[in-house]
Design a protein around this ligand. Structure first.
Ligand code: ADP
Ligand code: MG
Length: 320
């Protein structure tokens, strides 16, 4: 039986031969979540490196094969977008399904979010990365997919130094909007969930936009805006939209950035900015503050976009 909003029709061939016949595991664990371990590996035929995500089919006694197919289906759908992690192959054993993914060697943006000054993102970095995140999320939303677990652990980098491009990962909670009627079973990570999730109200693409507001806040300030001493306090802070926009917290950060975050951390989902609106916000527009957009940052912006996707920017922004 399908759960609401899940797509389970997939086109990728499910390989039944042993994974290790075609890949060499490099031992190095790239990360792990509740039901998955991700390890670096090399494809024997090509010598190319990938990230293998090992997903257990049974979780808490329940068969979760359809949840994994949903994750695969979303990755297939998003193949055309450069900011969603690429899916190379899929293997299945008695107990696991293995997703062979493009390796995002720079790791989670989480590390730079909590880092000290010399390793932390500058506002210029955040502007470039925010555009990429929004480009990926706008693509998902245009295709009626909501991610529902956007947080710094699920946004990876192609390289950390020099700072590369982002890749969105972890579509384990993703749902298709046109098929959702019930959402009570889905819950993301406390600090990043939108008020409507806490109130068991309908989710929508706006639910992701709240999480992006939290994400950008953390990337700029290094602080998690709603985090309380315990879950209850965090949930209370979220439902009251109790948030610190003080000069102290935003020292050295432009007022356009604060304005941008404020357009997302709005309790009423219908009044929240959409991904497309965010991409048109002056904070992400070089003409609004040329000193935050250098030529090199602009030319790195959208590396391999198809024509229909790209909106070329002037490489030499003239001051207004
Ligand atoms: P979970 O659903 O268990 O959270 P994720 O897909 O988020 O699984 O993977 C867990 C962690 O593994 C990520 O937070 C990240 O650190 C690492 N990881 C996942 N995919 C990749 C990848 N393609 N390249 C590099 N590291 C990855
Ligand atoms: Mg994850």
């Amino acid at each position: 039986m399908n759960k609401n909003g899940m797509v389970t029709e997939i086109h990728t061939k499910i390989r039944k031969e042993p994974f290790t016949a075609n890949y060499e595991l490099l031992g190095k664990e790239l990360g792990r979540g509740k039901f998955a371990v991700v390890k670096k590996c090399t494809e024997k035929a090509t010598g190319k490196q990938y990230a293998a995500k090992f997903l257990r089919k049974r979780r808490k006694g329940a068969d979760c094969r359809m949840d994994i197919f949903n994750e695969i289906a979303v990755l297939e759908l998003a193949k055309a977008n450069p900011y969603v992690v690429g899916l190379h192959e899929v293997y299945e054993t008695n107990s696991e399904i293995i997703l062979v993914l493009e390796c995002a060697a720079g790791g989670e943006i989480f590390h730079q979010c909590v880092a000290d000054n010399d390793e932390a993102f500058t506002e210029k970095d955040v502007i470039r990365l925010a555009k990429q995140i929004l480009n990926g999320v706008a693509f998902l939303h245009r295709n009626s997919v909501v991610h529902l677990d956007l947080k710094p652990q699920n946004i990876l980098l192609t390289s950390a130094r020099p700072l590369g491009d982002i890749r969105i990962v972890d579509f384990g909670l993703s749902r298709t909007m046109d098929k959702i009627t019930e959402v009570r079973e889905i819950l993301g990570t406390p600090e990043y969930v939108a008020p409507e999730i806490l109130n068991y109200e309908p989710i929508s693409t706006a639910t992701d936009m709240w999480s992006i507001g939290v994400l950008i806040y953390v990337m700029l300030t290094g602080e998690s805006p709603f985090l309380g001493d315990d879950k209850q306090e965090t949930f209370l802070n979220i439902s009251q939209v109790n948030i610190d926009y003080s000069q102290d917290t935003f020292e050295g950060i432009s007022s356009l950035a604060v304005d941008f975050i404020k357009s997302l951390l709005v309790k009423n989902p219908r009044k929240r900015a959409t991904a497309e609106e965010c991409l048109n916000h002056p904070w992400l527009n070089p003409h609004s503050h040329p000193h935050l957009h250098t030529m090199s940052a602009c030319s790195l912006d959208e590396p391999e976009m198809s024509q229909s996707e790209s909106e070329p920017e002037s490489p030499d922004p003239s001051p207004e």
